[in-house]
Design a protein around this ligand. Structure first.
Ligand SMILES: Nc1ncnc2c1ncn2[C@@H]1O[C@H](COP(=O)(O)OP(=O)(O)OP(=O)(O)O)[C@@H](O)[C@H]1O
Ligand SMILES: [Mg+2]
Length: 251
């Protein structure tokens, strides 16, 4: 299964969620590839890798001028968890502008992944509407959407539905909505949670919230996941991972 962690809005926790779903699934024994499609490289950094740690990236595979095998770009990040970094997403975006079939491009370029036996490919997306995101939305089997528990962010959820509709994609591809940076101490968070519940027609899509915790940001800065740093946050991400697994088992 290929899940993209997506939201047009920046800074809502896409990279954090992508890394923790990927590592969480790996800890459950699934073989996972985390595909970094965010120009800022955060998924790699949150796992403790910098651009010094890899020479070849997805751009080398996608660029028509080079002859690089996909396998050469994959790095081993943790037990059961591999990482496919892409440092030059802006250049990939330019390449994709020349593509007539944006809906097929990643399917074709990432075809070798099918032979590598991954149970899950988790894709960390950059924000906004880009050609790269168009391609990712067409490639993914489902979307996991983190929403920051802030009124403006909750209202912006409508933009995701609009984007899917403009791409002629079915809103049913949203498999899970994850309220993030929930703060129990603020009333606002509860109101925003109710607002989100109104937005999301199907309760089954809504995951339990992830609380705002300094340790989550701290783990990212240390290049660790919360499973290696903070057992309380780890429990919250584990319940999201269980939801992902139960969705897959049902489909
Ligand atoms: N639940 C949380 N509690 C505390 N900090 C968090 C939480 N979730 C994410 N953060 C922090 O918030 C910042 C933004 O998160 P993240 O980078 O995952 O967002 P993003 O949606 O990927 O951003 P971008 O759109 O820039 O790619 C990071 O510093 C991250 O460590
Ligand atoms: Mg990010």
């Amino acid at each position: 299964m290929k899940y993209a962690v997506f939201n047009n809005k920046g800074g809502v926790g896409k990279s954090t969620l992508a890394v923790h779903i990927a590592h969480g699934l790996a800890l459950e024994g699934y073989k996972v590839l985390l595909l970094d499609m965010d120009g800022q490289n955060d998924a790699s950094l949150f796992l403790g890798f910098t651009s010094e740690d890899y020479k070849k990236t997805l751009y080398d595979v996608i660029s028509s001028r080079q002859r690089v095998e996909l396998q050469e770009c994959i790095i081993h990040a943790r037990d059961n968890l591999d990482l496919l970094p892409s440092t030059q997403v802006d250049l990939i975006n330019l390449e994709f502008f020349r593509e007539a079939r944006i809906d097929l491009i990643l399917k074709e370029k990432l075809k070798p992944l099918e032979e590598l036996g991954y149970h899950f490919v988790i894709i960390d997306c950059g924000p906004q509407r880009t050609k790269v995101n168009d391609a990712v939305l067409c490639y993914a089997d489902g979307l996991i959407v983190p929403v920051q528990m802030q009124a403006a962010s909750v209202r912006a959820v409508g933009n995701i539905y609009e984007y899917l509709s403009d791409m002629r994609l079915d809103a049913g591809m949203i498999k899970l909505v994850v309220p993030n940076m929930f703060d129990q101490r603020i009333n606002d968070s509860k109101e925003n949670m109710e607002l989100l519940e109104e937005f999301i027609a199907n309760d089954d899509l809504l995951a339990p919230p992830i609380f705002r915790r300094t340790k989550i940001a701290e783990a990212g800065k240390l290049g660790k996941t919360v499973y290696e740093h903070d057992s309380e946050s780890a429990r919250q991400f584990e319940s999201i991972v269980k939801k992902v697994i139960s969705h897959v088992q049902r489909e």
